[in-house]
Design a protein around this ligand. Structure first.
Ligand SMILES: [Zn+2]
Length: 273
């Protein structure tokens, strides 16, 4: 929405000039939003820092091969690309159940909340209630506004993404988590997507896993099921990449632009000869 000039009539129809009417209120709201955005940036970084603490080393080593279906483990974790590391840690923080039965975001809120500013507390409290990572179908878009539909529950959302839809076409699936930042929804971190050809039987796989889970936990909600199974979506994507002849993870891609991993991949190729 473009804002009126100071001396233009206000959009509310009062007949007053904008500067005499809604301008001040709008500026305050804009200021509040930028505070929350900065706080969200801080919380994203602070959660990463928290999750990398040595006390979680054992959970990290257990979780890594679960998420990556053995493509990464504690021995080669440093070969993850930055995007892979961000996606893994997002899952580790929000979805993964630690050995003590809680999720990392719950521990973070319990232990760190009192050290946060009020804006940061607001973000952390919102994110404590964020849903699990799941698949969203892109149903429409306009610039940075994406209309998404939960692929399993059909619930629809309007999401703000600074980079717009990127490479994703309407009908394709985005693997992500939605978090609220001020008055809009955003992706919690770098998201992945499933192109048309790679959607295949993902719905059937998830439905079968859900049926098995509900047989053990008949009262579980869809979200509870998804927290514990969102890694199956990653495994599906890894398998489809392999079926399409693409390296499923960055460390197996010899053409990768990242110098460090490229060197590792070349080293591996030399060793084979
Ligand atoms: Zn007005």
């Amino acid at each position: 929405m473009s804002k009126p000039g100071r001396n233009d009539p206000c959009y509310c129809g009062s007949g007053l000039k904008y500067k005499k009417c809604h301008m001040k209120e709008d500026q305050e709201a804009e200021k509040e939003r930028s505070h929350i955005q900065r706080a969200a940036g801080f919380i994203r970084r602070d959660l990463l820092k928290f999750a990398r603490d040595e006390r979680f080393a054992e959970d990290f080593a257990t979780a890594l091969p679960i998420y990556w279906n053995e493509y990464y483990d504690a021995a080669n974790a440093e070969q993850m690309s930055q995007a892979e590391a961000l996606r893994f840690f997002d899952w580790f923080v929000f979805d993964y159940t630690l050995a003590d039965g809680r999720r990392l975001i719950e521990l973070y809120a319990e232990e760190q909340m009192t050290d946060l500013s009020s804006h940061q507390q607001q973000v952390a409290a919102d994110w404590l209630n964020a849903g699990p990572a799941t698949l969203y179908e892109l149903i429409a878009y306009e610039g940075q506004k994406l209309q998404l539909r939960d692929y399993f529950t059909d619930e629809t959302f309007e999401v703000y993404e600074g980079g717009g839809r990127g490479n994703v076409e309407v009908g394709e699936l985005i693997l992500t988590r939605l978090v609220s930042v001020a008055d809009r929804l955003e992706f919690s971190t770098t998201s992945a997507y499933l192109p048309h050809a790679e959607i295949t039987d993902v719905k059937e796989k998830i439905e079968a896993a859900k049926e098995a889970y509900l047989a053990e936990q008949p009262d579980a909600s869809h979200a509870e099921f998804m927290y514990k199974h969102s890694h199956l979506l990653v495994r599906h994507a890894l398998l489809e990449a392999k079926n399409q002849g693409r390296p499923p993870v960055a460390r197996l891609d010899a053409d990768r632009s990242d110098k460090k991993t490229q060197k590792i991949a070349q080293g591996m190729a030399r060793f084979k000869r």
